[in-house]
Design a protein around this ligand. Structure first.
Ligand SMILES: *Cc1c(COP(=O)(O)O)cnc(C)c1O
Length: 470
C-alpha cells in the first residue's frame, strides 16, 4: 500500500515510512492511496475472530511492508489479555435492557482508550527501528491521557526514548501519579512552569530547529499518526460482531471526540464496509465539531478561546484528524483539501454549507452534538441509577449525545474512553462517592515521583535532551 498526503503530495512511501514521519512534507496528513473494502461475504468471515486475529485482518491491507508472521506476532503481543485485563480486549456491555451499549476501551495500562493504539505503536516502532538500525526520541506534550499512554507503551523499549512535557501541577492528582511514578531509563517526565499550550509551543519550537531535530532524531506520537488511527478501527469491527446482528444490519456508534482520531477510525471502518449507520461525534463546551456538523462551517479557535472543562481530554480548538475526513468527503481530492486548509490558515474558517461537499458530509453518517458540565454530572448520575454503571465524564458526553440520536431497534454503541477512576473529582461531584480503582493503582499518589521541573524555555529543554542522550 502506498501512502499520499491529504494536501496532494504523492509517494510518501509505505506504512513503515509514514509511521515515523509525523506531518507530510507539504503539511498534510498521511493517507492510504485507496481504502480497501470488505464484501459482505468477507465481513462474515471475520465474525468470531479473536481480537488480535481480527486486528490482523483489518490492518493487513494497509500494511504490506512487514512480513505476515512478524505482524501477526506483534499484534498477538499487543492485544494480549495480560495487557488489557480481559480476554475480549474490548468487552461490549449492554446497558440494562436498552438498545444502548458501552464498548469498554479503557482496561489497558493507563485506563484510557489511547492505550489500544499506543501499545501497538510501541511494538511497531521498536520493530521498524530495529530493522533500520535507528533510534527515535519522542518529544511530546500532554495534558494527561496521551502522556501516560505513550509512556506505558514505550516502557523498556531499547530504541525509543520519551521526553514528555506537562504543565506543572495542572493534571489531576491521579494522572500526575500515573506518569511520575514511572522510573525507567528511557522515560523522562518534564514539568513546565506554564500551561498545556506552553508545553505544546515548546515542542513546536524544538521541532522548528531542523538541525537539532535531525541530529537527535526527534519524533512524535500524536494523534495524527496513521498507525494510531488504523489500530483504532479494529474495535469498531470487534464491537459490531459482538452485537451478533444479522448480516448487513446496521449499528450506530457514539464517540467522545477531541482531535477526531477515534471517530475518524470509525469512519474508516464504515468506508471499509462495516455496516455502521450513524457515527455520533460528541463534543463538550468546546464545540468546533458540533458547529461544523450543524452549520457546515469549520471554524478553529485560538488557544485562549479553548475552555477548560470537566472532560479535559476533549478540550480542543481544532481537530487535527478532521483534515483526513474532509479529504475523503471530497473524494480523496488533495488539491481541494489543500485549498480548504489554506483558507483556514488565512481566515481561521472554511464554509462548506453551500457546496456539493456538504451533501457528501450529510450522507457520510456523521452527526454532532455537545454537552456541558451539568449535562455530564446528570448523565453520570443517570447511568449509575438506571444501569448501575459508573462512567467517566468523557464517556458521559458520548452517552448523552448518543441517546439523542438513538433509533428504535438499532443498537447505539457508546465508546468508553476512560475509566471513572481517572477523573475521580467530577465523578464524586456527580454521585458523592469515589469510583473504584484497579488494584494496581491503589495508593499510587504515595509513590515516589520522578520528574524534572523546568522553566518555559526551549534552550533549557534542548540542553536537557542533549545531556540525557549523551
Ligand atoms: C483523547 C481522549 C478523547 C478524544 O479522542 P480523539 O481521538 O482526540 O477525538 C476522549 N476521551 C478521552 C478520555 C481521551 O483521552
Amino acid at each position: 500500500m502506498k501512502y499520499v498526503s491529504t494536501r496532494s503530495l504523492r509517494d510518501l512511501g509505505g506504512f513503515s515510512d509514514v509511521l515515523l514521519m509525523g506531518l507530510a512534507p507539504d503539511g498534510g496528513l498521511a493517507m492510504p492511496e485507496h481504502i480497501p473494502t470488505f464484501s459482505p461475504n468477507e465481513l462474515e468471515g471475520l465474525r468470531g475472530l479473536e481480537y488480535s486475529a481480527l486486528a490482523y485482518a483489518v490492518m493487513r491491507p494497509f500494511i504490506d511492508d512487514i512480513p505476515e508472521q512478524d505482524l501477526r506476532e506483534m499484534l498477538r503481543a499487543t492485544y494480549h489479555p495480560d495487557v488489557f485485563h480481559s480476554a475480549e480486549i474490548t468487552p461490549l456491555v449492554r446497558l440494562g435492557d436498552s438498545d444502548l451499549y458501552l464498548l469498554e476501551l479503557s482496561n489497558g495500562p493507563s485506563l484510557a482508550f489511547k492505550d489500544i493504539a499506543m501499545q501497538f505503536l510501541g511494538q511497531v516502532f521498536e520493530y521498524v527501528l530495529e530493522r533500520r538500525g535507528e533510534h527515535l526520541n519522542i518529544l511530546g506534550a500532554t495534558s494527561g491521557d496521551t502522556g501516560s499512554a505513550a509512556e506505558y507503551a514505550m516502557l523498556g523499549k531499547a530504541r525509543v526514548n520519551v521526553f514528555m512535557l506537562s504543565p506543572h501541577g495542572r493534571m489531576s492528582a491521579f494522572q500526575q501519579a500515573q506518569m511520575f511514578s514511572i522510573n525507567e531509563p528511557n522515560i523522562f517526565n518534564i514539568t513546565v512552569n506554564g500551561v498545556f499550550d506552553d508545553c505544546q509551543d515548546l515542542v513546536k519550537e524544538v521541532n522548528a530547529d531542523a538541525g537539532f531535530k535531525a541530529r537527535y532524531t526527534i519524533g512524535a506520537v500524536n494523534s495524527i499518526n496513521w498507525a494510531r488511527v488504523l489500530a483504532q478501527a479494529v474495535y469498531y469491527f470487534k464491537a459490531y460482531f459482538a452485537l451478533n446482528l444479522p448480516a448487513g444490519q446496521q449499528a450506530d456508534f457514539s464517540v467522545p471526540s477531541g482531535n477526531f482520531g477515534n471517530v475518524f477510525a470509525g469512519y474508516l471502518a464504515r468506508r471499509m464496509g462495516l455496516p455502521i449507520g450513524q457515527l455520533v461525534v460528541a463534543s463538550n463546551e468546546n464545540d468546533v465539531l458540533h458547529e461544523f456538523f450543524s452549520t457546515g462551517v469549520y471554524r478553529v479557535r485560538k488557544a485562549a478561546q479553548v475552555a477548560q472543562t470537566s472532560s479535559p481530554s476533549m478540550d480542543i480548538g481544532k481537530a487535527s484528524n478532521f483534515e483526513r475526513y474532509l479529504y475523503l468527503v471530497a473524494g480523496a481530492d488533495g488539491v481541494q483539501t489543500r485549498a480548504w486548509w489554506a483558507e483556514v490558515g488565512e481566515s481561521r474558517a472554511v464554509d462548506l454549507s453551500d457546496s456539493t461537499h456538504w451533501e457528501a458530509v450529510k450522507s457520510s453518517g456523521l452527526v454532532g452534538g455537545r454537552s456541558n458540565h451539568e449535562d455530564r454530572l446528570d448523565t453520570i448520575r443517570r447511568a449509575d441509577k438506571r444501569f448501575g454503571r459508573l462512567i467517566d465524564p468523557h464517556t458521559a458526553d458520548g452517552l448523552l449525545v448518543g441517546e439523542r440520536y438513538a433509533r428504535a431497534g438499532v443498537p447505539m454503541v457508546c465508546l468508553e474512553t476512560a475509566l471513572p477512576a481517572k477523573f475521580e473529582g467530577t465523578v464524586e461531584e456527580a454521585v458523592n462517592r469515589t469510583p473504584p480503582r484497579p488494584a494496581r493503582f491503589e495508593g499510587i499518589e504515595e509513590q515516589p515521583r520522578f520528574y524534572t521541573a523546568m522553566d518555559n524555555d526551549a534552550a533549557e529543554l534542548k540542553a536537557f535532551v542533549v545531556e540525557k542522550l549523551g
